[in-house]
Design a protein around this ligand. Structure first.
Ligand SMILES: NC(=O)c1ccc[n+]([C@@H]2O[C@H](COP(=O)([O-])OP(=O)(O)OC[C@H]3O[C@@H](n4cnc5c(N)ncnc54)[C@H](OP(=O)(O)O)[C@@H]3O)[C@@H](O)[C@H]2O)c1
Length: 275
């Protein structure tokens, strides 16, 4: 199918990685529906050339009703939804001891259950049209766990598990599923990070602050989202997309080393970096 007929739905397109992917796909001629929780009015940005567009629509992935409304809106305007990019996400920081079950649930509600809600809303249409592509934006933290980011890592580990299973389930219907794992990337993510309430008066205070400072510095000095955009394009252009693409050479090396080195050694390296 020609790009300018393909319909893309991307969650969290108001900032950072999602915005960069949405703008690139619009410029390449895709019909892009990007989402945000804060749309005041319908907002169409026309591509400078070609017939691609990016239209921002309201969506909160934590709400079944909001997900249903967004998908119904698109299906009133389009015959297909060809590509779903689950990108919306945020991070909660704090030691395990300083994280309440409510705070952990709120992390999973967006990063894990948000993706589940989106997949459940879009898969029936993709099965009916006998084709589709789902790209889940995970994280290197979905493969290597980091201290004081445990709930964020756990939500992304869970996303990895769900995606690996979905990939096999959806294949007979012509639906392809892949993961992209970014490392530290300069976006609005750092500013949006929440600290658990108990972190502010914690026995872990010094280690927590040191670790989080390192993390935030790496994010803000990190590359732009271009690497992630390139990984998404690679998957979209592949007849047989890979299970995952780790974005960036250094992170690819890290993930490779995790596979071949003893776990205790990996733990030693992670704890040297972050504590
Ligand atoms: N930046 C990094 O270093 C990094 C590294 C690895 C993985 N990632 C992953 O990359 C993805 C994008 O993050 P980013 O770095 O681009 O962060 P960002 O600049 O903060 O963008 C996050 C996007 O998610 C949306 N969002 C957040 N909560 C939402 C909700 N409940 N419902 C709908 N949309 C929601 C935000 O939209 P509104 O606020 O407008 O609703 C925003 O557009 C996330 O899944 C993140 O975990 C980022």
């Amino acid at each position: 199918m020609n790009n300018n007929l393909k319909v893309v739905l991307i969650t969290g397109a108001s900032s950072g990685i999602g915005q960069a992917i949405a703008n690139t796909l619009m410029e390449k001629g895709y019909r892009v529906y990007g989402t945000s929780r804060n749309i005041k009015e319908e907002n169409i940005i026309k591509a400078k050339s070609g017939s691609g567009f990016l239209k921002m629509i309201p969506l909160d992935v934590r709400s079944d009703e909001s997900v249903k409304a967004a998908v119904e809106y698109i299906l009133q305007k389009e015959i297909t939804i060809d590509i779903l990019i689950n990108n919306a996400g945020f991070g909660i920081a704090g030691s395990v001891e300083d994280t309440s079950p409510e705070e952990a649930l709120s992390q999973f509600d967006t990063n894990f259950f948000g993706v589940l809600r989106m997949c459940r809303a879009v898969l029936p249409k993709m099965r009916e049209q006998k084709q589709g592509l789902i790209i889940n934006i995970s994280s290197v933290a979905g493969l290597i766990s980091i201290p004081f980011q445990s709930m964020y890592c756990a939500s992304k580990y869970a996303l990895e598990a769900m995606t690996e299973a979905l990939r096999i389930e959806a294949k007979p219907f012509g639906i392809k599923v892949s993961l992209v794992e970014p490392g530290d990337t300069k976006t609005g993510f750092t500013q949006m990070r929440q600290y658990t309430a108990a972190s502010y008066n914690s026995a872990y205070n010094l280690a927590f602050l040191k670790s989080i400072k390192k993390m935030e510095k790496d994010e803000q000095n990190g590359p732009t989202p271009k690497l992630i955009v390139d990984a998404v394009l690679k998957i979209m252009n592949s007849k047989n997309p890979p299970i995952r693409i780790v974005a960036g050479f250094s992170y690819k090396t890290l993930v490779f080393l995790k596979r071949i080195l003893p776990s205790r050694f990996v733990e030693f390296v992670v704890s040297r970096i972050y504590s």
